[in-house]
Ligand binder design. Structure first.
Ligand code: DOR
Ligand code: ZN
Length: 350
């Protein structure tokens, strides 16, 4: 597989956490370097729940970009029990919002202000359906009686299926899917209405990796990494180039001491190596040509946006791997140790 190369349109990252302040300043270059656009998650403290807050956050992001950067942040609205549909609609018409994000309250990092009862948002979902504004879903139930490894599959039957029946025209992205059940469910749907992002870590790791030789907090994320059969189902889904699936890294930086603690944060920082990791997975399954659809075509098609015109080349050759840490004012952030990615180089195509 050495000296493999692939040239494709500049990819987009359809799911990333850029954070704010010092961490934003530290991690933004890693995303802006490789991606033309990114869907920016709104789970800040406090969360981005209004058009004004999203506009201000976008301004803070843009202010940190360098002159030569070719990167556009696409903003999302954090849905709560009291989301104002009129503000969401105005923010969409004003070109501030590209999507809205549903976190079930308590499901993950900074989700405490999320939605406690999804049926209360039916009016918001009607507005979104009329606008064509996609709903991005963290698809896990929060019921403690449901085993943490089953929460995604249970979400499909308890929440997602009834939601889609109530709102058949709503465009939905089932974010960072982790199970064979989710892949089967998404593959069976109309790709204009239901799609999914898949992270590099869920394509590369199974749950055994979290416990290899000891507990490995840097492999902990939500939804939690599942058993090998699920990883294989995800690999099969994305390597087909199927229009339902697109690139979403879920790169989620946390400074190291907050992960290496008695109650460590969920999230894997993969922005510097994610493209290499995807390339490694596709190449290992003789599917490198399908990476172009996954990374550069399927997402824009779903969102109704143009494919990027600039191009990049991915090359697998002898080359200096990226640093294993990102240094921020608040502390170091460990980069995902993605197996086999050290040799991939990303460069602008002529
Ligand atoms: O692992 C995760 N980290 N999953 C999420 O859903 C949120 C994210 C974060 O913000 O750190
Ligand atoms: Zn996320």
């Amino acid at each position: 597989m050495n000296n493999t190369t692939l040239t494709l349109p500049r990819p987009d990252d359809w799911h990333v956490h850029l954070r704010d302040g010092d961490v934003l300043a530290a991690v933004l270059p890693d995303t802006a370097r490789h991606y033309a656009r990114a869907i920016v998650m709104p789970n800040l403290k406090p969360p981005v729940t209004s058009a004004a807050a999203a506009d201000a956050y976008r301004t803070r992001i843009r202010a940190l970009l360098s002159d030569g950067d070719d990167f556009e942040p696409l903003m999302t609205c954090y849905l709560t029990d009291v989301t104002d549909a009129a503000d969401l609609a105005a923010g969409t018409r004003d070109g501030i919002f590209t999507a809205a994000k549903l976190y079930p309250a308590g499901a993950t990092t900074n989700s405490a202000a999320g939605v406690t009862d999804i049926t209360r948002l039916d009016g918001v979902f009607e507005t979104m359906s009329a606008l064509g504004l996609p709903l991005l879903i963290h698809g896990e139930v929060v019921d403690r009686d449901v085993d943490v490894f089953d929460r995604e599959a249970v979400f499909i039957e308890r929440v997602l299926t009834p939601l889609r029946a109530r709102h058949p025209a709503l465009k939905i992205v089932f974010e960072h899917i982790t199970t064979a059940e989710a892949a089967a469910y998404v593959s069976a749907a109309d790709a204009r209405l239901l799609a999914a992002t898949v992270t590099p870590h869920h394509l590369m790791l199974n749950r055994g990796a979290m416990f290899e030789g000891g507990i490995r907090p840097h492999m902990y994320c939500l939804p939690i990494i599942k058993r090998e059969t699920h990883r294989q189902a995800l690999v099969k889904a994305v390597c087909s180039g199927d229009a339902h699936y697109f690139l979403g890294t879920d790169s989620a930086p946390h400074v190291m001491h907050t992960k290496e603690s008695d109650c460590g944060c969920a999230g894997i920082y993969n922005a510097p190596v994610a493209l290499a990791a995807y390339a490694e997975v596709f190449a290992a399954h003789d599917a490198l040509p399908a990476l172009e659809a996954f990374a550069a075509h399927n997402g824009p098609a779903f969102y109704g946006l143009p494919v990027n015109t600039r191009r990049i080349t991915l090359t697998r050759d002898a080359h200096q791997p990226p640093p294993s840490r990102c240094v921020s004012e608040l502390g170091d952030i460990l980069v995902f140790d993605a197996p086999g990615t050290a040799q991939w180089r990303v460069s602008p195509a002529p």
